[in-house]
Design a protein around this ligand. Structure first.
Ligand SMILES: [Zn+2]
Length: 127
């Protein structure tokens, strides 16, 4: 670092080149007083790793494709040992009737849209 332009005792942005807390000047890094002692975080590299070491460690950081199972009912992909989110089947039987849920949701949404349009709400069964 060239200290030629800082000979006057100020940083390039005009601040004085001295710490108000009595620690290191700002040009030498961050420092603060804690219980009367100057505390300056100093980073020390304890051990350098080779590129091979680093790359070997990172060889396990790659993303893996998610394993998926095929639904026996509808043939879509779903998480193994989980219910099919497309049809609600698991192990050959209906666990959650997703079709009925979808119909009920559509009815609710249609009632909401009709209310927004200002129409008379149609007979919609509410849970
Ligand atoms: Zn399915």
């Amino acid at each position: 670092m060239d200290d030629v332009d800082r000979a006057g005792g100020s940083l390039p942005d005009g601040r004085p080149d001295e710490c108000t807390c009595g620690g290191l000047p700002p040009s030498q890094g961050f420092a603060f007083l804690y219980k009367g002692a100057i505390v300056a975080p100093i980073m020390v590299v304890r051990m350098r790793h080779t590129r091979g070491h680093t790359r070997n460690r990172r060889s396990h950081h790659g993303l893996e494709a998610v394993a998926l199972a095929t639904c026996s009912n509808c043939g879509s992909q779903h998480r193994p040992h989980h219910m099919c989110l497309n049809c609600g089947f698991y192990k050959g039987r209906v666990v959650i009737d997703l079709l009925a849920k979808k119909k009920a949701r559509e009815a609710r949404m249609e009632a909401k849209r009709a209310a927004i349009r200002g129409e008379e709400p149609t007979a919609v069964e509410t849970k």
